[in-house]
Design a protein around this ligand. Structure first.
Ligand SMILES: *[C@@H]1O[C@H](CO)[C@@H](O)[C@H](O)[C@H]1NC(C)=O
Ligand SMILES: *[C@@H]1O[C@H](CO)[C@@H](O)[C@H](O)[C@H]1NC(C)=O
Ligand SMILES: *[C@@H]1O[C@H](CO)[C@@H](O)[C@H](O)[C@H]1NC(C)=O
Ligand SMILES: *[C@@H]1O[C@H](CO)[C@@H](O)[C@H](O)[C@H]1NC(C)=O
Ligand SMILES: *[C@@H]1O[C@H](CO)[C@@H](O)[C@H](O)[C@H]1NC(C)=O
Ligand SMILES: *[C@@H]1O[C@H](CO)[C@@H](O)[C@H](O)[C@H]1NC(C)=O
Ligand SMILES: *[C@@H]1O[C@H](CO)[C@@H](O)[C@H](O)[C@H]1NC(C)=O
Ligand SMILES: *[C@@H]1O[C@H](CO)[C@@H](O)[C@H](O)[C@H]1NC(C)=O
Ligand SMILES: *[C@@H]1O[C@H](CO)[C@@H](O)[C@H](O)[C@H]1NC(C)=O
Ligand SMILES: *[C@@H]1O[C@H](CO)[C@@H](O)[C@H](O)[C@H]1NC(C)=O
Ligand SMILES: *[C@@H]1O[C@H](CO)[C@@H](O)[C@H](O)[C@H]1NC(C)=O
Ligand SMILES: *[C@@H]1O[C@H](CO)[C@@H](O)[C@H](O)[C@H]1NC(C)=O
Length: 429
């Protein structure tokens, strides 16, 4: 062992006995290994040591964070990883120097979003063993931005960008600065056993604290997620295809979102082949909801836009359980326009079709099972809803209303009334 510059990186070329047998079987004894030594002070930025470790062991090696707290005081761009195992046993704690992050957050590549860490490459395994933690110190941000949606420079916690083949598992994310994860230009990635808690300590929720967002990404699997937040639990945005969301619990946020989409005037974007199953919802607003911008462009992203083209299709959600859902389980709203206000709800050219919602049970506060406010220009087509068993919370009656506007082709249900076209950006009024 050689003492390098402070903070120290230890470099081993030989097998270290703390590894499990499966690691040995997969990697043999030759995987190079870097252990990142923490500086143990908020005044010491651990980022240079982390970047050194990823540079030394980020191709064909293993980077280990021990069970300590690492202080992350600056941005990281590690998009060039190749065949790496990142082993997080401790906590990565992000600093609260707001002026630093506002000035230095890295662009995500969509909606003017920015991020604290952009990570990508080929064949990445990032394992937190169920306790490795990202702590974004988010309450500082929630208080700072107040009610400003998409505050410029407020960072996403982690952006997985340009990854081809990746497994993230056993990770905990607490109080992310903004969205916990953006996943962009990524394919063949599996996110398993991920815990996200973006609530204030007292349980209050904060906006724009999405669990994960997929953008320009394909074949992405989310399993065994638990998300407690105040916004989209998981959201699939522009050009998300072959996405699976399964075996997960979502609490107090909005539920699974498709969109927002159609924000870029003239841009053609799709969401296709989305499979959702075995989800438990605890007091979320919806189970699955769609949100598109209107056909009119008003302003520019992130807070303005509209006029986008494309479609969402082949989306299936089965085996859903609800506990005191706060709103309508299945909604479509095509009304989003500048600053979240409601615009012309019927002129979007973005089409929603081939949806299947099957087997939902539990309790809800709404008598409506569905509220589909679709565009007149590109009506919704072919929607199936089957096996609904939703009791109204604290009531003996069952939810049984299906409100429709411009829906063509229903299976398993008949529309029972006209949709309320109003100011909610997530459906209904
Ligand atoms: C920080 O603390 C850990 C755990 O006690 C220790 O292993 C490490 O060497 C310390 N770092 C420095 C720079 O002293
Ligand atoms: C990590 O360290 C903390 C504090 O010393 C301890 O409570 C915890 O059990 C350790 N976790 C693991 C997985 O060793
Ligand atoms: C951030 O940038 C602004 C100008 O854009 C500058 O005035 C300010 O000093 C910068 N702050 C930091 C912490 O770099
Ligand atoms: C915040 O970061 C800026 C650099 O952007 C630095 O000048 C300033 O000293 C930092 N503030 C604190 C409290 O660390
Ligand atoms: C990250 O670094 C790569 C070079 O390794 C560069 O091409 C890319 O533009 C950087 N990304 C950001 C968001 O700064
Ligand atoms: C999809 O991604 C998974 C990893 O999550 C991979 O095992 C599988 O081969 C990929 N499927 C295709 C068709 O590439
Ligand atoms: C459903 O998901 C839960 C986790 O939320 C899991 O414990 C359970 O095994 C899953 N059930 C099936 C049949 O996969
Ligand atoms: C999104 O997908 C559409 C249709 O497949 C394609 O035409 C468009 O170029 C894609 N956009 C981006 C930015 O990849
Ligand atoms: C619909 O999506 C599923 C994946 O969820 C896929 O297996 C199936 O082939 C798709 N169907 C069509 C018609 O594309
Ligand atoms: C909304 O758009 C539709 C479809 O283009 C149009 O017929 C209608 O007049 C518009 N409504 C208003 C209030 O502009
Ligand atoms: C039960 O639900 C029905 C239909 O929504 C409503 O009219 C009634 O007032 C509710 N009763 C109670 C006790 O909440
Ligand atoms: C829908 O209405 C049609 C015509 O009244 C009826 O035949 C059909 O059984 C209804 N479907 C359901 C699911 O209630």
């Amino acid at each position: 062992m050689v003492q390098l510059s402070f903070p120290v990186i230890l470099f081993f070329s030989l097998f270290v006995p703390s590894l499990s047998l499966s690691d040995v079987a997969r990697n043999g004894d030759t995987r190079s290994q870097c252990i990142v030594t923490p500086g143990n002070s908020s005044d010491i930025d651990d980022v240079p040591a982390i970047l050194d470790a990823l540079t030394t062991c980020g191709t064909g090696g293993r980077v280990i964070f021990t069970n300590n707290t690492y202080h992350i005081n600056s941005v990281m761009n590690t998009t060039w990883l190749d065949d790496v195992e990142i082993d997080l046993q401790g906590t990565l704690l992000w600093s609260t120097n707001i002026s630093y992050w506002l000035n230095h957050s890295l662009p995500v590549g969509y909606q003017n979003q920015s991020t604290a860490w952009i990570l990508g490459g080929t064949d990445i395994v990032f394992d937190g063993h169920g306790y490795g933690t990202f702590n974004g110190s988010g309450t500082t941000w929630y208080k700072y931005v107040g009610s400003t949606s998409n505050y410029p420079g407020r960072p996403n916690q982690l952006t997985v960008s340009g990854a081809k083949g990746a497994v993230f598992r056993g990770l905990r994310f607490v109080q992310s600065q903004m969205w916990t994860m953006s996943i962009i230009h990524t394919s063949n990635a599996w996110f398993d056993s991920i815990y996200v808690n973006n609530l204030y300590d007292n349980g209050d929720s904060a906006q724009n604290t999405d669990g994960a967002n997929t953008i320009y990404s394909h074949n992405i699997t989310f399993t065994n997620w638990e998300v407690l937040n105040g916004d989209d639990s998981i959201s699939t945005k522009a050009n998300s295809t072959d996405i699976t969301i399964a075996d997960s619990t979502f609490s107090s946020g909005l539920g699974i979102a498709i969109g927002s989409i159609g924000q870029y005037n003239g841009a053609y974007e799709t969401v296709e082949h989305l499979h959702i199953s075995n989800i438990t919802y605890e007091k979320t607003t919806h189970a699955v909801y769609f949100k598109t911008w209107t056909g009119d462009q008003v302003g520019y992203p992130p807070n303005g836009g509209g006029g986008g083209l494309g479609f969402a299709s082949n989306i299936t959600a089965t085996n859903l359980k609800t506990n005191n859902l706060k709103g309508t389980p299945f909604t479509i709203s095509q009304c989003t326009t500048f600053s979240g206000a409601s615009g012309n709800c019927t002129n979007s050219k973005f089409q929603i079709r081939d949806l299947v919602f099957r087997d939902i049970s539990g309790t809800t506060e709404s008598a409506d099972v569905a509220s589909f406010q679709c565009s007149a220009v590109a009506p919704c087509e072919d929607i199936t809803i089957e096996k609904v068993d939703l009791r109204i919370t604290g009531n003996t009656t069952y939810a049984g209303e299906y409100l429709c506007g411009n829906v063509e082709g229903t299976v398993g249900f008949n529309c029972t009334g006209a949709v309320c076209v109003g100011s909610s950006a997530t459906g209904g009024c």
